[in-house]
Design a protein around this ligand. Structure first.
Ligand code: HEM
Length: 410
């Protein structure tokens, strides 16, 4: 591949993963080694940048001159090429959707929520999360294997927890699970995406309006108590929290289980020494980086890793590539539950660093701990090559994980 001029990617980023289902794609890994900040000709013909090196990814995330106001048709802006169209100016802001805002708008909204997601608050939730995990595992153990771990365990746990926390009735989950799933499909028609978005925000607008009228004891009610927030802003926040709050963690639990089953030595170490769990969760988060591609927009000419990024450029970051960068992590391509994974960028970095990361950690720790304890001989029920991977989705993971066990589950 000639790297002296922008590389054309007419069909989007090539998807081949020669190093297996958990590694970055071959294309991205190659670029990281040869030009970690690299110009590409995007499908709509304009030149943008792909950043794959750990140091450069962190630098972009730490610098808000790389604006987050880049909608790219993900929500409502009718771009002709979903995925990576050119933005000619920062996108109009969607009320409440602070992940796609810059300071000070971002700060105004985010700081109303930080108190609800602190380490201390999440610690207080540990017991309830463990209870939810046990209930789901008991229900799963009563089934005759093989069962789909995604459906029975990995998806319900974070969905139940985020619903309780936000005050969204779990009985309404059909509305948001189906719509968030449709919403996260990469190549879905814009009209379909807009319909899913409309259905979800329509539902949430009604919910936050009722919480404003009659607040209860939950995060959305607390938010609704802020009189300076409009119902549109409350709806946008609710949408963001609900979407971010269950899909990512569900994918981490399912893909993490798959990864452990595919690394029996690591799984055995974890079973033998449960004290490794906290570190193992960090390592799995680094190794799998289920939220991989994030987008920024250069608001001025900016220098990055010796490259000049012209004002107006779309900048795509691969967190997975960064987390597998040998410059940042020794033997980065190996899953090692004893590793010190500090410095991982799977939760982002800088002002947008994941608001729910402590919640995600609590859920993942409880989820893996419970699963390993209750199912000591858990195994894949199909050959690894038949596990359906989410290469078609914006958050990576598995569509289903058929698992089996002997009679030992309890
Ligand atoms: C932001 C990853 C779980 C809520 C982010 C970002 C990443 C990320 C990479 C930064 C986005 C950016 O810089 O543009 C993950 C992963 C998770 C996870 C890998 C699971 C393992 C959660 C959970 C919640 C959550 C459980 C629950 C509330 C958010 C929110 C933001 C965010 C609200 C936006 C923060 C901001 O813009 O200030 N997440 N997340 N995430 N995450 Fe998570």
């Amino acid at each position: 591949m000639d790297l002296t001029s922008p590389i054309p990617i007419p069909d989007g980023l090539p998807q081949e993963r020669d190093a297996g289902p958990f590694a970055p794609t071959t294309f991205v890994a190659d670029l990281r080694a040869r030009r970690p900040v690299c110009p590409l000709v995007f499908p709509d013909g304009h030149v943008g940048w792909l950043v794959t090196g750990h140091a450069a990814v962190r630098q972009v995330l730490a610098d808000t001159r790389f604006s987050s106001r880049l909608d790219l048709g993900v929500l409502h802006v009718p771009h002709p090429t979903p995925g990576m169209p050119q933005a000619t100016e920062p996108s109009p802001q969607v009320p409440g959707l602070f992940v796609a805002m810059d300071p000070p708008d971002h700060t105004r909204l985010r700081r109303k929520l930080t108190g609800a997601f602190t380490v201390k608050r999440m610690r207080a939730l540990e017991e309830r999360v463990a209870q939810v995990v046990e209930e789901r595992l008991t229900a799963m153990a009563a089934l005759t294997p093989p069962v789909d771990l995604v459906r029975e365990f990995a998806l319900p746990v974070p969905s139940l927890v985020i619903c309780e926390l936000l005050g969204v009735p779990y009985a309404d989950r059909e509305v948001f699970q189906a719509n968030t799933a449709r919403f996260l499909v990469k190549d879905v028609e814009l009209a379909e995406k807009a319909a899913a978005y409309g259905a979800l925000t329509g539902y949430l607008a009604g919910l936050v309006a009722s919480k404003r009228a009659e607040p209860g004891e939950d995060v959305l009610s607390d938010l609704a108590r802020h009189e300076d927030l409009t119902v549109e802003e409350l709806t946008g926040c609710a949408f963001l929290l609900l979407l971010a709050g269950h899909e990512t963690t569900a994918n981490m639990v399912a893909l993490g289980t798959f990864a452990l089953l595919e690394h029996p030595d690591q799984l055995a170490a974890l079973r033998a020494e449960p004290g490794l769990l906290g570190g193992a969760v960090e390592e799995l988060t680094r190794y799998l980086s289920v939220g991989d591609l994030f987008y920024r927009y250069a608001t001025e000419d900016l220098e990055l890793h010796g490259e000049l990024i012209p004002a107006g450029s779309t900048v795509v970051l691969s967190l997975l590539a960064a987390n597998h960068d040998p410059e940042a992590f020794e033997d980065a391509g190996a899953l090692d539950v004893r590793r010190d994974a500090r410095g991982l960028v799977a939760f982002g970095h800088g002002v947008h660093q994941c608001l729910g990361q402590q919640l995600a950690r609590v859920e993942m720790r409880a989820g893996f701990a419970g699963l390993l304890r209750r199912f000591p001989d858990l195994a894949l029920a199909v050959p690894a090559g038949e596990v359906p991977l989410k290469t078609d989705m914006n958050v990576y993971g598995v569509h289903a994980l058929p698992v089996t066990w002997g009679t030992a589950a309890g």
